[in-house]
Design a protein around this ligand. Structure first.
Ligand SMILES: [Ca+2]
Ligand SMILES: [Ca+2]
Ligand SMILES: [Ca+2]
Length: 244
């Protein structure tokens, strides 16, 4: 989140966003229902700037109380800078055409942040429903599912570079090792400099500015350090995704 209350859209501005959803090719992810392969067919979608510019791909899932640990359906969708989650046309609500009307938990997930799910079920039908995950008063499933930024807006825990549904700064299974390895073993980093900047669409780019940086200005490593320091009293604490 930037100081103007918007999320950054550097991935879009740098032309790094894939036209087809990236989740099908990621470790530790499975689509359900008719989800998967969502594609932005109109190039103009990624040319929009301002509040509704696209930040990245996210996943929206529906679960019923009968099978809470397995989604009934997943859909890849687009996240706008002002927080709206929209369909692949960049504007419309996300639609689950193959799902019967009923009561569902809704979860939102991101490839290198920890996803969250509503505690309550919502009555979903062919009427558009709006759920504000940024609001601190929306009951979420689990314990300590996400953070709150300085302006009082909920934010997903960042930093899951190794996609194990945990964000860990230090100690076994930590995500910083993934960032370090990406930087140090880049083919262009011939001298193995820890302050080498890896441009691209990478899981180790925690702030989504299009650069994975281990050491130096705007490094991604310190974001997980600050997150741990601000939200627990020791830096080797970890955060776990609270979706069942
Ligand atoms: Ca918007
Ligand atoms: Ca992790
Ligand atoms: Ca970055």
């Amino acid at each position: 989140m930037l100081s103007n209350g918007l999320m950054r859209d550097d991935l879009r501005a740098k032309g790094l966003l894939p036209n087809t959803e990236p989740y099908s090719n990621l470790a530790n992810f499975q689509h359900f229902g008719d989800g998967g392969g969502e594609t932005v067919a109109n190039p103009a979608v990624f040319l929009v700037t301002g509040n509704d510019a696209i930040v990245d791909w996210v996943i929206v899932e529906l679960r019923s109380d009968n099978s809470i640990s397995t989604p009934i359906s997943t859909h890849a969708a687009l996240l706008q800078r002002d927080g709206d989650v929209v369909a692949v046309d960049g504007i419309s609500p996300v639609r689950f055409l193959g799902v019967a009307p009923g009561q569902y938990h809704v979860s939102v997930r991101h490839r290198n942040h920890l996803g969250v799910m509503t505690q309550e079920v919502f009555n979903l039908s062919n009427q558009t429903a709006s759920i504000d995950f940024s609001s601190p008063v929306l009951p979420l499933y689990g314990n300590n599912p996400c953070g709150i930024d300085a302006s009082g807006v909920r934010v997903l825990w960042l930093g899951d570079a190794n996609r194990d549904k945990k964000s860990i700064f230090q100690g076994p299974g930590n995500d910083i090792f993934s960032l370090f390895s990406l930087v140090m073993y880049q083919s262009g980093n011939v001298n193995h400099n820890s302050n080498y900047i890896v441009e691209g669409y990478n899981l180790a780019d925690f702030n989504l500015d299009g650069n994975a940086i281990y050491n130096g200005p705007n490094n991604d490593r310190s974001l997980t350090f600050i997150q741990a320091g601000m939200n627990c009293s020791f830096v080797n604490c970890g955060f776990s995704e609270q979706i069942p």
